[in-house]
Design a protein around this ligand. Structure first.
Ligand code: MN
Length: 250
């Protein structure tokens, strides 16, 4: 059986202990994203020597207004991190007031990524799809962007595809009709699965990497195909993404 892929999970933010251990036990490939540069080293250390878990260096847009001073630390650590995330913009009502700070942080991160090259980026775009695409277009050498839990319009999705973006899709997105409709528009060779745990929940329970099979099941219904071929397709996509970014995925 092919291995599962959870390309966006916050292992360091679960209330209950044991998220790292259960991620290791899940046998899934996990992109463990962080929300502040100061969390990166500790989160990396907690994944131990598990090669299936990769730790991304991030500065979450919802924290940009308080963590902007950590941009220097981000730049310092970037030479050690091939994966970057969670980064992006959040245009929802609670965070729109900090959009200026979010934009400065994202621009600075993408400039740093362009200088080093070869990065894979896990990107948040809630309520700001068009703005995120504008920024990515201006920084076309920043790396391969994977738009996580994309909630834009169909035309924004087409634009993202044209810009070379990838997408990570989770059970929470596939639980809504609109999310499923968007998922049908994503090219199957640009798609990865994710949980976005512990923020994303199903039945009130935070999702863990072991639950990413729910995304595979959701996609198999959307695409009217069996779960095994979805899983194999996603794993093949992960290999292709790493190849495109020049990362040794072994
Ligand atoms: Mn997230």
């Amino acid at each position: 059986m092919a291995t599962l892929v959870d390309f966006h999970c916050h292992l360091d933010l679960y209330q209950e202990p044991g998220a790292f251990a259960s991620a290791r036990d899940s046998k899934a490939y996990v992109l463990s994203v962080t929300t502040t540069p100061s969390a990166w080293r500790g989160t990396l250390a907690r994944s131990g020597d598990c090669r299936r878990i990769r730790t991304a260096l991030g500065l979450h847009p919802q924290l940009a207004h308080v963590r902007e001073p950590e941009c220097g630390l981000f730049e310092e650590l970037l030479s050690q991190a091939r994966y970057v995330g969670e980064i992006g913009l959040d245009g929802s009502d609670e965070y729109r007031m900090h959009f200026g700070s979010q934009m400065r942080v994202l621009e600075r991160i993408l400039r740093a990524c362009s200088r080093v090259g070869g990065r894979v980026l896990s990107v948040h775009s809630r309520g700001a799809s068009a703005e995120v695409l504008d920024v990515l277009e201006r920084h076309s050498n920043a790396g391969v962007a994977v738009l996580h839990w994309f909630t834009g319009t169909k035309s924004e999705l087409r634009r993202a595809v044209d810009l070379g973006c990838w997408f990570s899709v989770g059970p929470a997105m596939l639980a809504t009709k609109r999310g499923r409709e968007l998922a049908t528009q994503i090219p199957r060779n640009r798609l990865l699965t994710e949980t976005d745990g512990p923020f994303a929940k199903v039945g009130g329970q935070p999702l863990q990497p072991a639950h990413v099979g729910q995304a595979v099941e959701g996609l198999s219904k959307v695409w009217r195909t069996d779960t095994e071929s979805v899983q194999e397709g996603v794993l093949g996509n992960l290999r292709e993404l790493l190849r495109a970014a020049g990362i040794d995925g072994r």
